[in-house]
Design a protein around this ligand. Structure first.
Ligand SMILES: [Zn+2]
Length: 429
């Protein structure tokens, strides 16, 4: 009898998984459609416009989890079947442009930034849509909606440069794994082996940090060695400019430690033939700094003593949509970065507008909300005032966390990370 139940269960899950696969196979081929687009505007408005479309040979993302229900990020890409108008793929993401929109500069001038998304390659005509979150309502509004015929002659099918791609860790088919790709930036030809050693070192730093340590087998790790003419990166505030593959630099928005690149096109060109769910750009310098935006990329430096934890912190932003839990450091954003009348989308901060949707279920019984930072509560999960760059009006889950001061991830952050691993490794999440 027991065996019969087992067989029935196996048959049931087999049918269930086949059914889910049919969804992907009905709509998509296992390669990618990359769409580059411009976001332009200022603090008041933004527009989106197509730049180029490319067919690329690999799809390493989920084949079952095609609809993103996290509701994270400032933007979503939505793919609809044109004939039926059915939503067949979606994914949230952030951009550096969105952060720029909350700087002082964006109140005075208009800029245009290139962005890029990859989606599974459609079999039939689709509607490709980019939506942006309205901070006043927290709802998404359409910025760009275009019809794409997968047979169009305007989709570029050319190969790009074959970079040196190394498997650092391979645990199985990319669709069922999180594919983490390290890209080398500011490494010269002579420094290629240093990059591979650095990438391996940071992969180990990640997999020895809870909760990633429990889920190492859910990750494939790749490295893409780009060759830069110069070693290092720009430090524009000190007059240092280097010719590097991805045009990275410190002093993003004028902040000395904020290391990023606006050059999304070069980043996507670097990973054109690699399964890629998450990008970490490793910059060859010993200076302190980094940056990370949700489902965009994270960036950190190779040789600073604090880099292993900075790396994990930035990866928390880019991988799991985690907010900064600190509130006393210099940042470039104005006080309107978070709208205190609305619940922010990040899973590890709250304005208490809709705390039920956050980590309320993780609180010990009788925890006061907000939670006083006294001996009874300071080492437990609670709802502590201060977070998201503001000392008042935003609350964090624990006094200390990787997203505040490089302490171990708090339970709310850990849960968000595990959910994202489940999503990208194609499990129920
Ligand atoms: Zn946290």
């Amino acid at each position: 009898m027991k065996n019969k139940v087992c067989i029935c269960l196996i048959a049931f899950f087999y049918i269930l998984s086949c059914h889910a696969q049919v969804g992907f196979n009905e709509w998509f081929e296992k390669k990618s459609l990359r769409v580059d687009f411009a976001l332009s505007g200022n603090s008041e408005y933004q527009n989106a416009a197509l730049q180029q479309m490319r067919e690329e040979p690999v799809w390493g993302g989920p084949v079952n989890n095609l609809i993103d229900q996290f509701n994270y990020g400032g933007y979503y890409v939505n793919i609809y079947d044109k004939a039926s108008n059915k939503l067949i793929y979606s994914r949230g993401f952030n951009t550096l442009f969105e952060e720029w929109r909350s700087t002082e500069q964006a109140k005075k001038e208009v800029q245009s930034w290139t962005n890029s998304v990859s989606v599974p390659y459609p079999k039939k005509s689709i509607l490709f849509e980019i939506t942006a979150r309205n901070k006043g309502t927290m709802q998404f509004e359409s910025l760009l909606k275009v019809e794409v015929d997968p047979a169009s002659i305007f989709i570029d099918k050319s190969k790009l440069k074959e970079n040196v791609v190394t498997r650092i860790q391979y645990k199985g088919d990319p669709s069922g794994k999180v594919d983490l790709v390290f890209i080398g930036e500011g490494y010269t030809k002579e420094e290629e082996s240093k990059f591979e050693d650095d990438a391996k070192r940071f992969a180990e730093a990640l997999f020895t940090t809870p909760p990633f340590d429990m889920r190492r087998d859910d990750f494939n790790v790749w490295s893409v060695g780009l060759v830069s003419e110069d070693s290092g990166t720009d430090v524009s505030g000190k007059g240092i400019f280097k010719n590097t593959a991805l045009n990275s630099g410190y002093y993003t928005f004028g902040v000395d430690r904020y290391l990023t690149t606006p050059d999304m096109k070069s980043i996507r060109d670097a990973v054109w033939n690699v399964a890629c769910d998450a990008i970490f750009i490793l910059v060859n310098t010993d200076m302190y700094g980094g940056g990370g935006m949700y489902n965009f990329y994270a960036m950190g430096t190779s040789d600073n003593a604090r880099t292993p934890v900075v790396f994990v912190h930035e990866f928390g932003h880019s991988f799991a949509g985690l907010a900064d839990e600190y509130f006393s450091s210099e940042v470039a954003y104005d006080d309107n970065f978070y709208n205190l009348k609305m619940e922010p989308w990040e899973p590890n901060i709250t304005t208490l507008v809709d705390f039920d949707s956050k980590w309320k279920d993780l609180l010990p019984q009788d925890t006061p909300v907000p939670t006083p930072l006294n001996d009874a509560h300071k080492d437990n999960i609670g709802v502590f005032e201060g977070g998201g760059y503001l000392a008042k009006g935003i609350y964090r889950p624990m006094d200390h966390c990787m997203m505040r001061d490089y302490a171990p991830f708090c339970p709310a952050c850990s849960r968000a990370i595990l959910r994202m691993i489940d999503f990208l490794s194609d499990r129920a999440y």
